[in-house]
Design a protein around this ligand. Structure first.
Ligand code: C2E
Ligand code: CA
Ligand code: CA
Length: 697
């Protein structure tokens, strides 16, 4: 047997090919380039609605709608012939002899026959594919439905649940499947349904049966998709507030069913609980709270942005003292009475709230700023009429800050802040005063905040003391430490003394601060002396106010006794400008302090404007040459000679000399050469906490 014969044996004969083509479930149709059908299998016949044999000889274009003739058939023919494209599937509508049409998917290929090329079309019923795709799509939609956080229930026309998504199950506390076949009306609160039923008489066709699905159906038909707030009753009997939307399905006059979309509305209900909270009143005075006032004012401003109104913040003067000394019952009585007076003074139409312990706010209609001032004055006079059954209580005063609305779109919160700032200014200006907010106060606001922060800081442990050594220039030993105040605020961070010392002076806090530094420094250095078992000098800065405010000699004696610090090792640093105010009084205090063995040092010497004449008349032990001279003496002849004459003068008058701000060995050498006694500066050490300072001695 030849090789060719063997190959021919394995080639199926024409008969068996025909059998295959006849039996497959794909329609096979073959036509020539003129469109004449040459062959069709039974499935092709079924698709085209003809006996396969009848198809042979017909024009393939007769089975394709007219409109597709050029677009589709010829295009496909041409495509198939010229580009020999295989496997291009297209959906095609075929028209059958009986007038019906069918969607088929057609795949064309070119067959090179013996004499001429033929087009082979394999066709399948597109409906099979579409159905499969629809199923896939449905599955997809189903997942989407299940993933929306909105409960979706569909019912038939009688309200029996047909489908439920996952969120419906979650909302109602069961598996979604368990909701199928339930009566949707049973998932509603019967009382609420009954109440709704009264509004829709159409819902109660006849008799007074318990309200049923008819109510829901009627609501849906009357207002499809309308939002309604009520409750679902879960199968376990608990209730959940919902917002529900009912939409009829199926269209037409008689819906085939209803779709119920709903979501958990308890958030909203909580929001209205919040609204209630806003309206809540202060127990003691019966006045509304700050939150209420803010929402009222914001409301007014929203409706009338340029409404001419004024917000007043009123703070009772010295209330803390009243409370502390006369007791809380008197304090409470004062607050009750003051709130009543404010309300009377503000007049009808005003809204008054209690915004803090002893702070109130009221919003009044005003014409302009003078009008606002006179309204505030009326309130103040009213408050002054407060009388409490207590002999120890003098006139009650309030400090009032006023902020006018309507100029720059400030909201209630901002207005309240402004009025508060103005109120604080009124306090600073001496209580029972009225101040209208002006923008420049804003610049002061931070200072005010800083000042009130400092007030607290002095009492807490935020203010500490650091120590900078004073070195004996002859021996190089540390002779003493200067105590320097440090403030680390949790709110403002590290605040430099250059900032908070003037602030403390401006706000009457320097005496408290100075006392705190003096006490702390004496205690810490006394402890250091005990550990070293030898005396260490201490220098403390004293502000002019401390000379006036306090019994300074008494304070020094007391602190020395309490801490065990030897007063003869203490120096107080004062500046020349202390002498500007009342020299004689100051001199008396200086003498008294000196009688304890404490030394007086003139700080920043050379920067003051007073004549040097005082040096001969005052009890001064030491002068401290200002840093500015020391810095410049290296390269400036004139400054160097000023330093030289200061040292000479001081020594002539029996005073010691210390130079501050020494940063270089050159400066140190120069000063030592001029006979300066002590030096202080970064060359030796910056100011450090006591633990680090103790290592330096
Ligand atoms: P002061 O009394 O003249 O204190 C010396 C200041 O110079 C300190 O600044 C110190 O850290 C700084 N200083 C020291 N050596 C050098 C140096 O070599 N170079 C430079 N550039 N600066 C040096 P500080 O601690 O910031 O204090 C500033 C001012 O605050 C003090 O000036 C003093 O007037 C005031 N102050 C600080 N603590 C108190 C206090 O407890 N009471 C009062 N009344 N004032 C205080
Ligand atoms: Ca000083
Ligand atoms: Ca100084």
């Amino acid at each position: 047997m030849s090789v060719e014969d063997a190959a021919a044996d394995e080639r199926p004969d024409e008969g068996s090919w025909r059998d295959v083509v006849e039996s497959i479930s794909t329609g096979v149709l073959v036509w020539d380039l003129r469109g004449r059908i040459r062959m069709a299998n039974p499935e092709a016949g079924r698709l085209l609605g003809c006996e396969p044999l009848d198809l042979v000889g017909q024009d393939v274009r007769d089975f394709v709608p007219e409109t597709f003739h050029t677009d589709t058939t010829e295009a496909h023919l041409a495509l198939a012939v010229t580009r020999e494209t295989f496997g291009v599937a297209e959906e095609l509508v075929v028209s059958r002899p009986d007038g019906t049409s069918l969607h088929v998917d057609v795949r064309l290929s070119l067959l090179h026959g013996d004499d001429e090329p033929l087009v082979v079309a394999s066709a399948t019923d597109a409906r099979t594919r579409v159905a499969t795709e629809q199923a896939r799509l449905d599955a997809g939609r189903r997942t989407i439905l299940d993933s929306v956080p909105i409960s979706i229930l569909t019912t038939d026309a009688d309200g029996v649940v047909v489908s439920a998504n996952a969120a419906a199950g979650t909302l109602l506390g069961v598996e979604a499947d368990e909701l199928i076949d339930l009566d949707l009306a049973d998932l509603h609160d019967p009382d609420e349904l009954a109440a709704a039923g009264l509004d829709v008489p159409q819902a109660r066709p006849e008799g007074d049966d318990a309200p049923t699905f008819a109510v829901l159906r009627t609501l849906a038909d009357l207002e499809p998709g309308a939002r309604r707030e009520w409750s679902y009753v879960r199968p376990d009997g608990t209730r959940v507030p919902v917002a529900e939307f009912i939409t009829p399905m199926g269209g037409g006059d008689a819906p085939t069913g209803y779709l119920f979309a709903a979501y958990d509305n308890s958030q909203r209900v909580e929001a209205s609980a919040e609204a209630e909270r806003l309206a809540r009143h202060d127990q003691l005075t019966g006045l509304p709270t700050r939150a209420f006032l803010v929402s009222v004012v914001d409301d007014i401003l929203l409706r009338r942005p340029s409404a001419p109104l004024a917000l007043l913040v009123l703070d009772v003067d010295h209330f803390k003292t009243v409370n502390d000394t006369l007791g809380h019952h008197v304090g409470d009585a004062v607050l009750r009475s003051v709130s009543e007076r404010i309300r009377e003074g503000a007049g009808p139409g005003a809204v008054t709230a209690r915004i803090g312990g002893d702070a109130f706010a009221t919003v009044v209609d005003v014409l302009d700023e003078p009008d606002a001032m006179s309204r505030a004055r009326v309130i103040q006079e009213r408050v002054a009429m407060t009388d409490i059954e207590s002999d120890d209580l003098d006139l009650v005063g309030v400090s009032i800050g006023v902020a006018l609305a309507g100029r720059d779109g400030a909201d209630a919160t901002e207005l309240l802040k402004r009025a508060d700032t103005a109120m604080y200014q009124a306090k600073v200006a001496g209580r029972n005063t009225i101040k209208v907010f002006v923008p420049s106060m804003d610049a002061d606001r931070e200072k005010l905040q800083l000042a009130s922060g400092l007030r607290r800081a002095i009492n807490e442990s935020e203010v500490t003391v650091s120590y900078q050594p004073l070195v004996d220039l002859r021996t190089g030993n540390v002779a003493a430490f200067e105590a320097l105040a440090r403030w680390t605020s949790p709110r403002f961070g590290v605040v430099s003394p250059g900032r908070f010392i003037p602030l403390a002076e401006d706000h009457g806090l320097i005496s408290d601060l100075g006392e705190k530094v003096l006490r702390t420094a004496c205690a810490e250095v006394a402890e250091l002396c005990r550990r070293l078992d030898r005396p260490v000098g201490l220098s403390v800065n004293v502000s002019p106010q401390q000379f006036r405010d306090r019994d300074l000699p008494g304070l020094v004696r007391q602190i020395a006794e309490q801490t065990g610090f030897d007063p003869t090792m203490l120096e107080l640093e004062i500046t020349e400008n202390i002498l500007v105010s009342d020299p004689m009084e100051v001199v008396d205090v200086m003498r008294a302090v000196r009688s304890l063995g404490v030394k007086i040092v003139i700080d920043d010497f050379g920067t003051g404007f007073s004549s040097l004449g005082y040096l001969t008349r005052l009890p001064i032990d030491k002068i401290k040459i200002d840093r500015s001279f020391v810095t410049k003496m290296d390269d400036n002849e004139r400054d160097a000679s000023i330093v030289e004459s200061i040292i000479l003068l001081a020594h002539t008058l029996g005073m010691a000399v210390v130079a501050e701000g020494i940063e270089t060995p050159g400066q140190e050498q120069h000063l030592r050469g001029l006979g300066c006694d002590q030096g202080q500066g970064f060359l030796y050490s910056a100011a450090v906490p006591i633990a680090a300072a103790s290592v330096l001695v």
